[in-house]
Design a protein around this ligand. Structure first.
Ligand code: SF4
Length: 82
């Protein structure tokens, strides 16, 4: 069964649009490989990651980047802005 992920800005170009959303929202410590593989071939990957950073998305995989990795990117972004 495929489930459509409701992405706020992306009109039909998301590689994950008809995939299992559970892959993008794993349990803490869960596998992220499947989501990263899908994201790696997504044509809107950069926009997706930027959107998640701009909106401080707290969970899930966005642009092939995990929550922990996004927190690190945001910290780095904050340091550069200071
Ligand atoms: S980069 Fe990944 S999470 Fe973002 S739209 Fe593409 S497949 Fe979905």
């Amino acid at each position: 069964m495929s489930v459509r992920i409701n992405l706020p800005l992306f009109d039909g170009n998301a590689a994950c649009a008809e995939t299992d959303p559970d892959a993008f929202f794993p349990e803490k410590g869960g596998a992220t490989r499947a989501a990263k593989r899908i994201c790696s071939g997504c044509e809107i990957r950069d926009a997706c990651l930027q959107w998640s950073l701009d909106n401080r998305e707290p969970g899930g995989m966005w642009g092939g980047v995990s929550e922990n990795q996004r927190r690190a990117l945001l910290r780095e972004r904050g340091r550069r802005a200071a």
